[in-house]
Ligand binder design. Structure first.
Ligand code: DON
Length: 573
């Protein structure tokens, strides 16, 4: 039955859906009240649980499951809701990855990463002297890849139970009638105001005459109309017809290159998840075009032969070991990883135990390594993203990370369609060795080619224990994503932490280049001093990631935690 519905949707044969006819649980005084909501940082739920960046989206996810939906239904409704209530990263103009394990053990990886437009070319961000014009890959019309999110949601629908028109209705209501914004959102919109004006060619709902303040209502009529077209016409309501026309017209008013054919030809792809074991646990993670799964496999495998728990949590000894694994993994990222449909990524070798042992052979405890001497391994084989963790009553685990790339993406809002486009082209290596907005470097493997998907760090992840669901985890944070997930896993497995501690303890990050360790402000000052004495350059930085985790307790309860670093919130029952 489901297949038939999808085929009909794909063919655009579904008859007009009157949005008023779909019962909604979103509204003043209803189950989800957009004018009155609160942040819940943790909870233990008997049946179903979610954690994500915004309380309204979390409440919608839980309500969908209460109404008979499964974790896949919840992931669709939550991504659409976040596209309205969390415009800095929630999106329909971006892309992402969904990783799931069904209750019957089947693994699913959906890649809806943005792709380079057909008119993109290797040197498109270089001036005539070969210098990188960073502003072009990071802001405005030329910065956008072809959006993948809507295609990803329709690919996810294959595993869902409820009709799409029902899953999208909460987002339509939130966009049409508005919701109350938090202090954090008000600050985000105010600080982006000038770029919205500069990079959008039409007035947008995100720019207000006076400054936004907490408690203001954000109404997005144009976005509501776009969502209604998707409700009525399926994916075609985005990739063809009116919405596609509005995107292309926006491109033509700016210096953009996305065409009607680019949109029509975009497809989400199924990817086999990357699997490995760590200290008796089975880890399932995302394969290229995300670098994340390979990176966490490399880092965990590099430290596995060391008795990390006996070193103690964030002692100099455990932190130094973990940093050196990070350095080596990120060196490989720069050289060997890219879109597997365009570049032969040597996945097997990169996570091979003998290869990884060799990578760590020059590790010297008590002495800082150096990124001049540590290079990528030789292989002979040819801030703002957002994460959703969901576990339903049937035992389905769903982990989704999706993004516009930077906060509020390219800052170009599609005129008449009301959504922000991504600035994901910056995740390509625009010139060999030139750092992108996260300081990541790359080369041939991640060079720009038409249709190619830019290398990502996003890594939705699942852990099984005794072959049973144990943890759903993931985070935003650009290149810090794999280190955050790696540290959350080590916190749970090596240091026996609960979900809340595992995600909220201070973090540290090394990405090979620049050769420095970034630490959060609350990182232990004494450990920092000792690492500096060993020769590490340490810099303090703002929050690293916003991780959401669910851990299944032996009694079956879903221990659910939302990151303290934002408005992130859990819900469940
Ligand atoms: O795919 C990537 O790796 C980046 N575009 C993710 C961006 C991100 O996490 C920004 N958030 N803080």
């Amino acid at each position: 039955m489901r297949k038939i519905v999808i085929l009909l949707l794909a063919a655009g044969c579904i008859q007009s859906v009157n949005s008023q006819s779909v019962p909604s649980f979103v509204g003043a005084g209803k189950t989800v009240d957009p004018y009155k909501y609160s942040i819940v940082k943790k909870g233990e739920f008997n049946k179903a649980a979610v954690s994500c960046a915004h309380p309204l989206a979390s409440e919608i996810g839980a309500a969908i499951m209460k109404k008979g939906g499964n974790a896949f239904d919840a992931s669709i409704a939550m991504q659409l809701a976040l596209a309205v209530v969390y415009p800095g990263a929630g999106n329909i103009g971006g892309g992402g990855f969904l990783l799931a394990r069904k209750s019957n053990g089947e693994l699913i990886g959906i890649d809806y990463r943005e792709a380079a437009p057909s008119k993109a070319s290797r040197d498109m961000y270089l001036d005539k002297n070969g210098n990188v014009q960073m502003a072009l890959s990071q802001t405005g019309h030329l910065a956008s890849g072809i959006p993948g999110t809507i295609a990803g949601l329709f690919a996810t629908l294959d595993y869902a139970k409820l009709p799409f028109k029902q899953l999208i209705q909460p987002a339509i209501d939130l966009a049409e009638k508005g919701f109350v914004i938090s202090e954090r959102e008000a600050a985000g919109l105010n600080s982006t105001r000038e770029s919205f004006i500069k990079y959008s060619t039409r007035p947008t709902a995100f720019v207000k005459e006076n400054k936004w303040k907490a408690g203001d209502t954000l109404v997005q009529k144009e976005l509501a109309a776009t969502l209604k077209r998707v409700q009525k016409e399926g994916a075609k309501g985005f990739y063809e017809g009116e919405t596609a026309k509005l995107i292309v017209e926006e491109m033509q008013r700016g210096n953009g290159i996305i065409t009607l054919d680019d949109l029509k030809d975009y497809t989400a792809k199924l990817r086999s998840p990357l699997e490995f074991d760590y200290r008796g646990h089975h880890i399932i993670s995302f394969a290229p075009p995300s670098s994340g799964g390979i990176l966490i496999a490399q880092m965990l495998k590099m430290i596995e032969k060391y008795p990390v728990s006996s070193y103690g949590f964030q002692t100099v000894k455990s932190v130094q070991l973990m940093i050196e694994a990070e350095r080596r993994a990120y060196a490989d990222r720069a050289e060997h990883m890219g879109d597997p449909d365009f570049y032969n990524v040597p996945v097997k070798t990169l996570i091979d135990e003998t290869y990884l042992a060799k990578r760590m052979s020059d590790y010297t405890p008590d002495k800082a390594g150096s990124s001049t001497s540590v290079k990528a391994g030789v292989i002979k084989e040819s801030e703002e993203t957002t994460h959703i963790s969901i576990m339903d009553d049937d035992g389905n685990m769903v982990s989704v990370t999706y993004t516009l790339n930077g906060g509020y993406g390219s800052r170009t809002v599609v005129g008449g369609a009301g959504f922000i486009l991504n600035n994901e082209m910056d995740d390509f290596s625009v010139k060999p060795g030139a750092p992108n907005m996260y300081g990541a470097v790359g080369g041939e493997a991640n060079s720009i080619q038409p249709g190619k998907r830019m290398l990502s760090s996003m890594v939705p992840t699942l852990i099984l224990k005794n072959n049973k669901p144990y943890v759903v985890v993931g985070t935003p944070g650009g290149t810090t994503i794999p280190t955050s997930v790696y540290q959350a896993i080590v916190n749970i497995i090596d240091f026996s932490m609960n979900a809340d501690d595992a995600i909220n303890k201070p973090k540290f990050h090394h990405q090979w280049l620049p050769d420095e360790v970034m630490v959060e402000k609350d990182f232990d000052a004494d450990v920092k001093k000792q690492l500096q004495a060993m020769g590490y350059k340490i810099s303090e930085r703002a929050a690293i990631g916003r991780t959401e985790a669910i851990r299944i307790l032996p009694n079956g309860k879903r221990e659910t935690a939302a990151d303290k670093r934002g408005d992130d919130s859990v819900a469940g029952f």
